[in-house]
Design a protein around this ligand. Structure first.
Ligand code: TZP
Ligand code: MG
Length: 228
C-alpha cells in the first residue's frame, strides 16, 4: 500500500491517569499540544467505559480536526468507527490488523505496536500504515512492557524493514523526552531508513505547559541534531 501523507514526526499518545494528567483537563491538554505542534494524536484510555470513550473521542476529534491533525484510537476499532476518527492503533493482543483494516477501510490510518523484528515484518507485510517500535527505554508510564529494545533494537528493525522493501512508516515509543529526542532519532536511524517520528506520553501529557512542551519537541524533531 502506498504511504498516506501523514506527518508522524511528533506523535502524542494521551494518558488520562492522575500520575500523568494530574488535575488538568484531557481535551484542553490535547488542544494545547496540537497548537504547539503535535502532528498526530492517539487517544489511549484503558479505564473508561465504551460510551464514555466514544464521547471523549468525539470531543478530542473536534480539537484535532480544527488543527488538521489525525486522531487515532488505541485498541478499539468500534470506538474509532463510532466517533468517526481517522484511525486506530492496535497492539499484538488487540483485534488483528487485517480485521481492523477490513472494518475501517483503506483510507483509515492503522498502526501496530511491534516489539520485535518478527512482529514488525508481519505487521508491515499485512499493510500497517505505521509501526510503533519499542519499548525504547523503560518508562513508569507503561510498566510491564514486553521488551525494552533500546535504540539498537529499533535500528535493527529499521534496517530489516528496508531490506525487505517495506515502505511502512515508523515511530518509536518509550521514555522519549526533550532531553533525548534528537539522540534517539540519530541512534535509531539505519543507513537507508530513519524513523518518521517519536511518540511521547508523559513528555507532553504530564507537563504543566503542554503547548510549550509540544513546541519544544516539534522543534527538536524538525531540526538536524547538533552531533550529526
Ligand atoms: N507503549 C510502550 S511504552 C509506552 C507505550 C504506550 C508509554 C510511553 O510513555 P512515555 O511517558 O512517553 O515514556
Ligand atoms: Mg493495545
Amino acid at each position: 500500500m502506498a504511504p498516506k501523507p501523514v506527518d508522524y514526526s511528533l506523535y502524542l499518545v494521551t494518558d488520562s491517569t492522575p500520575p500523568i494528567l494530574g488535575d488538568k483537563d484531557l481535551v484542553a491538554v490535547v488542544k494545547a499540544a496540537v497548537e504547539g505542534g503535535a502532528t498526530i494524536v492517539q487517544y489511549r484510555d484503558k479505564t473508561s467505559e465504551t460510551a464514555e470513550l466514544v464521547q471523549i473521542a468525539k470531543e478530542l476529534h473536534k480539537v484535532t480536526k480544527a488543527a488538521g491533525v489525525p486522531l487515532l484510537i488505541n485498541d478499539r476499532v468500534d470506538v474509532a468507527l463510532a466517533a468517526g476518527v481517522e484511525g486506530v492503533h492496535v497492539g499484538q493482543d488487540d483485534l488483528d490488523l487485517k480485521t481492523a483494516r477490513r472494518l475501517l477501510g483503506p483510507d483509515a490510518i492503522v498502526g501496530v505496536t511491534a516489539n520485535s523484528l518478527e512482529e514488525a515484518l508481519e505487521a508491515a507485510g499485512d499493510g500497517a500504515d505505521y509501526l510503533g517500535l519499542g519499548t525504547v527505554y523503560a518508562t513508569p508510564t507503561k510498566e510491564n512492557t514486553k521488551s525494552i529494545i533500546g535504540t539498537a533494537g529499533v535500528q535493527k528493525i529499521l534496517a530489516e524493514l528496508h531490506k525487505a522493501g517495506h515502505e511502512v512508516k515508523t515511530v518509536c515509543i518509550g521514555g522519549v523526552n526533550a532531553s533525548n529526542t534528537q539522540r534517539i532519532l540519530y541512534q535509531c536511524a539505519a543507513p537507508q531508513k530513519k524513523l518518521d517520528g517519536v511518540a511521547v506520553v508523559s513528555a507532553i501529557m504530564a507537563s504543566s505547559e503542554p503547548k510549550e512542551a509540544a513546541m519544544h519537541l516539534r522543534k527538536l524533531v524538525s531540526e538536524p541534531p547538533p552531533f550529526a
